[in-house]
Design a protein around this ligand. Structure first.
Ligand code: UD1
Ligand code: CA
Length: 460
């Protein structure tokens, strides 16, 4: 059996190059903090422990991160990456394999990480390097005559010859707990930044005869660090490209994949169509033949096959069956459930509302805390008055009911099966099956009435 795996994630730095009040690791990529991406990758290795080193904005970072299974380690002063790793070591057994990740390197694949940890033992450490077109800002890998790695030099400490080296340190490495405990206390801060560099352990390992096993990731973007907002945006685009490519290869059509953004997990069937400026957030499931028009936001929702969402709609926390029609300009809020063939049209807002098969709310309505059975027709401008200022109340509408335009349904209230409500009514009492309810001022027509006229021409 191999030694237990512990992951240390460094997240204590301020990230001054972000020019931000927020700690760097809380800046978002694809809608989630950088740190959460790193934690998810670590979890993919099923380690015995995940130790996150925090310092700058520690409370904020902790509060923003789900805590299950994470051991928080305080680094009160940010004295460098070597010092940061050292803070976590007391909680880690000597025989453990330790993988060090950086909170600002968010997109490393699990297979790349697994490759690093599998070679580690007391005589071998693993280092992830990458060749970069533009290596500026990164530590450079120094190799000896026979190609073996013998040190890393940070950009700020590098000579011009060293700066020309394109192979750089990703920051990700692995060694045993015992080795790290030997090396880290011996680091010196005698360098350009006055910091304890984790990277100096490579020279220590090489000098004590350990093998430094070097791996490279499949894509250089996997190990790109985020130091400023330009790098954050570049990485976001790379990530988005990978997401939409997967969707397209799975059978989704997009006229412009660069204008579809995935900020969560999307499952899509075949022949789904996503028009431009579609944003998918949280968990989104789209069955076969779903059509999404331009400028639509879909958040935490499931759409049945053949459902069409027209332009400028926002769907959040809704379950929608097959062949429903939504929008343009509809807003479906959490708790909305549409049965097969239901329709929600323009300028309609729904919340905790369930529409039965074939029911329609086509124009300018608010339907909240309501249950509509099948084949209900709600006229334009109808409002469920669900809130009395203190409590929310429910509206029930039976199958085949017809509600005339501009009606207020004052909840709690029930409209029976096949009941009808005259336009402009304010309904405060239940309506029985098949009844017609009309609740509005009677129309009076006054003949011979004259419009007022001005008394005289204004003077002065
Ligand atoms: C580091 C590496 C460099 C590598 C690059 C890859 C060192 C000395 N240099 O440089 O070789 O090419 O990453 O992205 O390791 N942190 C702490 N405590 C500290 C200092 C940093 O937790 O005292 C954390 C930061 O929050 C960050 C990570 O460590 O998440 C890396 O620190 P950063 O200052 O960004 O290092 P780089 O200069 O990018
Ligand atoms: Ca960095």
């Amino acid at each position: 059996m191999s030694a237990p795996l512990h992951v240390i994630i460094l997240a204590a730095g301020q990230g001054s190059r972000m020019k931000s009040k927020r700690p760097k690791v809380l800046h978002c990529l694809a809608g989630r903090p950088l740190l959460h991406h790193v934690i998810e990758a670590a979890e993919g290795l099923s380690p015995a422990g995940i130790h996150v080193v925090i310092g700058h904005g520690a409370d904020e970072v902790r509060a923003a991160t789900p805590n299950q299974g994470i051991q928080w380690v305080m680094q009160n002063e940010q004295l460098g990456t070597g010092h940061a790793v050292d803070q976590a070591l007391p909680g880690i057994p000597d025989q453990a394999r330790v993988l060090v990740l950086y909170g600002d390197v968010p997109l490393t694949s699990i297979s790349t990480l697994a490759r690093l940890v599998e070679v580690v033992d007391d005589n071998t450490m693993a280092l992830l390097t990458v060749d970069m077109q533009d290596p500026s800002g990164y530590g450079r890998i120094l190799r000896g005559d026979s190609g073996e790695v013998h040190a890393i030099v940070e950009e700020k400490d590098a000579s011009d010859t060293q700066k020309a080296i394109r192979e750089v340190n990703t920051g990700l490495l692995a060694a045993t707990g015992g080795r790290l405990k030997d090396w880290l206390p011996t680091l010196s801060s005698d360098n350009a930044q006055g910091e304890y560099y984790l990277t100096d352990i490579i020279a220590l390992a090489a000098n004590s005869g350990l093998r430094v096993d070097v791996a490279q990731p499949r894509d250089p973007e996997e190990v790109q660090g985020v130091n400023n907002r330009l790098q954050l945006a570049a990485l976001e685009r790379w990530y988005q490209r990978a997401q939409v490519e997967q969707l397209m290869l799975g059978g989704v059509t997009m006229p412009d994949p660069s204008r579809v953004d995935v900020r969560g997990k999307v499952q899509a069937g075949q022949d789904v169509f996503l028009d431009i400026n579609v944003v998918l957030e949280g968990e989104v499931t789209l069955a076969d033949d779903v059509v999404i028009g331009p400028n639509v936001i879909l958040r935490d929702c499931a759409l049945g096959s053949g459902t069409v969402v027209e332009a400028n709609s926002v769907i959040d926390g809704a379950r929608i069956a097959e062949h429903a029609r939504i929008g343009p300009f509809a807003r479906l809020r959490p708790g909305t459930v549409l049965a097969e063939g239901a329709k929600v049209g323009n300028f309609v807002e729904t919340k905790k509302a369930s529409l039965g098969p074939g029911s329609k709310v086509n124009h300018l309505s608010y339907v909240g805390d309501a249950t509509l059975e099948g084949q209900v027709n709600i006229g334009a401008g109808t409002i469920t008055c669900n809130y009395d200022g203190v409590n929310k109340h429910h509206t029930r509408i039976g199958a085949g009911a017809f509600v005339g335009s501009n009606t207020s349904l004052v909840a709690p209230v029930t409209l029976g099966t096949e009941s009808t409500v005259g336009a402009g009514s304010t309904i405060t009492r239940d309506v029985s099956d098949g009844e017609l309810a009309v609740a509005r001022g009677k129309q009076r027509n006054i003949s011979g009435w004259r419009r007022p006229s001005r008394d005289s021409e204004p003077t002065g």
